[in-house]
Design a protein around this ligand. Structure first.
Ligand code: PLP
Length: 370
């Protein structure tokens, strides 16, 4: 472990390095082996891999627990729900990430879990839904509505009700909120996004401070097999080295673009918790140290115009996903699994690290030429 006083910017650069030795390499090797000589504790490539371990230790230092890497964010989420007994009641956002909602809906339909979808920003409603529940799944800010859950209050309430808490920290990242320090049991990341940061790898992670939970999740990963490739783990760790730099830059750009978008005559609503007028601003400011780099906005002329805007960009890429160094946008309701509570005319913009004036010129021309 590095010095606990190191800042996240330093941890991202220094964690997960091999031990210092003369002529030893600075970076971990890509450990390409599906099996190991007998007599050790790992044994087989589904149980462990040195390149995963390097990435896991870096994420552990950022999130403050023990970490397991998974093949994707969704593989990580699915491992969390695999902890729960058949029919266990789970509370989750009614407008969270569509992949999580699709997974929970399928568990609901098969009887695997009982899912209580709620407005995660409505603290009273979430607390009421937690009565008799086994688990609270918190995604905050939500994707793509950018709703903010009152995490400190909800985590304490969950503790008092003996409800387990998992937090999808993909949008906020440990740079701006630390759910394990607030008392959550598990923190999940789509490593695909800000950690890896270059839209070239799919990975997920789970971190926990509870050794027994770590062991159970490790067992689930081994049995269910949602393991990452060593090369992907290496790429993700390489991306993680610059994650704080990229995130700070993308956040700055996002705030500037959100301000300009909120004055745009063709937009009816901008969602970004960093805007003082945003309905989520006061709550976000009370416990977050930043507001992230995703901005969502609603186009006055409706979904067809929103589609044309996305298709008309020349710099911003028209694609799904987020958290890469390059800006992406899309109309979220083009996906059938998206929550019906997400407006049809909503565009989600994942702001990258390009020059903000170049981004703004592209947005303006896309509105004009669509
Ligand atoms: C908030 C959030 N959680 C989880 C995921 C799933 O991650 P992955 O695509 O790596 O499986 C995504 C993907 O978009 C996401 O945005």
């Amino acid at each position: 472990m590095s010095d606990p006083k190191l800042s996240p910017e330093t941890i991202a650069i220094s964690a997960g390095r091999p031990a210092v030795k003369k002529d030893g390499s600075l970076n971990p090797d890509i450990s390409l082996s599906s099996t190991y000589h007998a007599g050790g504790t790992v044994g087989y490539g589904r149980s462990g891999n040195e390149t995963w371990s390097a990435l896991e230790s870096a994420i552990s230092e950022l999130e403050g627990g023990q970490t397991l890497a998974f093949a994707s964010g969704n593989a990580a989420i699915s491992a969390v729900f695999a902890l729960l007994p058949i029919g266990a009641p789970v509370v989750a956002s009614d407008q969270g990430y569509s992949g999580t909602m699709a997974m929970l809906t399928s568990f609901q339909e098969s009887g695997r879990l009982e899912v209580r979808f709620v407005d995660i920003a409505n603290t009273d409603a979430v607390i009421a839904a937690m009565s008799g529940a086994a688990f609270l799944w918190l995604e905050s800010p939500t994707n793509p509505g950018l709703e903010v859950a009152d995490m400190p209050t909800l985590i304490v309430a969950a503790r008092n009700l003996s409800v387990g808490v998992g937090v999808d920290n993909t949008f906020a990242t440990p740079l701006i909120q630390n759910p394990l320090q607030m008392g959550a049991d598990i923190v999940m990341h789509s490593v695909t996004k800000y950690f890896a940061g270059h839209s070239d790898v799919l990975m997920g992670s789970l971190s926990t401070k509870i050794p027994e939970l770590h062991s159970r999740l490790q067992e689930i990963r081994k049995i269910h097999g949602g393991v990452p490739g060593p090369y992907e783990a290496w790429l993700a760790l390489r991306g993680l080295r610059t994650f704080p730099l990229r995130f700070e830059c993308a956040q700055r750009n996002a705030l500037e673009l959100a301000k300009r978008l909120s004055k745009h005559p063709a937009i009816s609503r901008v969602r970004y918790p960093g805007l003082p007028e945003d309905s989520q601003h006061a709550r976000a400011k009370s416990f977050m140290r930043g507001f992230g780099a995703v901005v969502s906005f609603e186009v006055k002329d409706g979904p067809e115009k929103a589609d044309r805007i996305c298709e008309s960009s020349e710099l911003i890429t028209h694609a799904t996903s987020l958290g890469g160094i390059e800006s992406l946008w899309e109309r979220r309701r083009r996906w059938p699994a998206e929550s019906k509570l997400t407006p049809e005319n909503l565009i989600r913009l994942s702001v990258g690290c390009e020059n903000v004036e170049d981004l703004w010129r592209d947005i303006e021309q896309a509105f004009t030429n669509s």
